[in-house]
Design a protein around this ligand. Sequence first.
Ligand code: GDP
Length: 638
Amino acid sequence: MQVQIAAFAKDRGVAPAKVIQVLEDLGVDHDGKAFDADQDILDLLTEALGEAGDEKTLRLASGVTPRDLATAMGVAQPEIQKLLVTKMKVMATLTTSLKDDIAEKIAEAYGYKIAWGSGAKPAAPVAKKAVVKAPEGDQIRPPVVTILGHVDHGKTSLLDYIRKANVAAKEAGGITQHIGAYQVQLPEGTISFLDTPGHAAFTAMRARGAQVTDIAILVVAADDGIMPQTIEAISHVKNAEVPMIVAVNKVDKPGSNPDKVLQQLTEHNVIPVAYGGDVEVAKVSALTGEGVPDLLEVILLQAGILELKANPKGELRGVVVEAKVDKGRGPVATILVQNGTLKVGDAIVVGQTYGKIRAMTDHLGERLKEAGPSTPVEILGLSDVPMAGDKVEPASDEREARGIAEERAMIAREKSLAGPIKRITLRDLRAQLNSGETKTLNLVVKADVQGSVEAVRGLLEKVQNEEVDVKVIHSAVGPISDSDILLASAADAIVVGFNTKPEANAKVQAERAKVEIRTYSIIYELIEDIEAAVKGMLAPKFEEQYLGTVEIRVVFNLTKVGKVAGCHVTDGKVLRGAMCRVKRDREIAWEGKIDSLKNVKQDVREMIAGQDCGIQFDGWIDFKEGDVIEAYELIQVN
Ligand code: GDP
């Protein structure tokens, strides 16, 4: 039947524009004046008009997701999830279909009623944000979690407890294999844990370009509070921009003070939800298991908010978590699948190694034929042992895989011959700024006492200009450690020490990773250097390094070459091109460069103690028998 819009609107006491809006929402054809409708459509329209006028009624189809609800009410998605988990004890991701009564309860909490419709897409009364559909095939994947914290705060115990409580008990033998990662399956969802706690593993992976962790758990013992490695871990996690959950552990211990830990955390800019921030905290005991289910729940909640997705049918992507050579089995690697599905028989390239997967087992030692996203598996069949953090990529067959791996190995060799990896240095900062390579100067600051840490940090943060951001990514009391170097290499930072020195091992590591360390004992020199570097005006600083001592025993006058000093090396060595100071009667007769160095008539690069040689100087011939030459080199120290 033909219905006039104006009359229909008048009958129901609404504006004609409202009728048109509802007609469009329901997808009913109209020409602005009239529309065709049967009784069903009229009923639907009447119902919709009644509710559309009521801002507090949501018209939704059955099976809504938390995300639909959030959109319809104009509420932030995490809020809905939090409500679900904490108040209603319902574990759901953003795209899980909710039971109608649960959805109604949520709506009620925000003052809405739900009118369940037939499936016609509802008009959202508040927010009309488009729901972005995930690309075809993308599915929610389990979160990958790493546990960090100070030594002895219970990282290993917590990992063990979670594994035992959720994994081993289900197995007949209850024997789990250590493969570097494990997965727990809970009724509410699955979580993958990386089994090497601590920030060394976390940051080493990142330094190699692999970001594996989705969520970091910071363990802090309630009886000990925030300790140096806790602060380091906070810096590492913040720098990697990974969401953090705090597990206050050992709450079973008499004298433990979880609230003090929360207070301390705020001092390090980790603000718990209880203090108005956004960091979730779970109070747990790895000994008794108290609070551990809450922790797991919070992890799943956080994962839901992150909407971690991967496509099991997509291209294979993975990363090596751990690798070793096994006597009987050859190279063994634990791989975390990040996208796609890894199958037995697949040809893969893993960093500079390759192979065809011979066998695959999970953390229970069970044989698998395939593994999807976020699953850790141990694989056999690689040509060699890859490195943790190496990427796993597909190849069409073993031959192709081998070709790619070998080419990579060759390029890597050439690169290592070509010179050290390029890293940021204060001297090159200006050049790197000019070439657009960087805009930030990241610094790791270590100092002798807390007062100086604060002072240095405060002053450094004032050194800014419009081109450079000076950012202190970590600051702490103590010597410069391995962990500082690791963080600096992952974040391309420079380490500055004030009244403190690098530990021996850190020095070696820094040389290997080409991380610059600068130490100072005068605060304004430190600040001046950074200021100068930012302006691109840092003058090179040289230090003299003694090489050796040489005596002039005879002076030759040769027709073709001119005057030559016949010398004997009495200590150390002398190099062609080295700097030298010529002393005569305790006075310095000349200072300059050694131009030529000869052994009899042959040009040589170096002569050592006990050898005789002929020396000519760069632009000086007034040398005499008995002169003593002190040779040295100038080493650039910045
Ligand atoms: P990690 O160095 O952080 O891995 O710490 P561990 O897991 O090795 O734990 C250090 C010590 O603390 C061990 O002796 C554990 O038994 C003990 N411990 C760990 N968690 C708890 C806990 O929740 N309560 C108590 N009372 N002791 C714990």
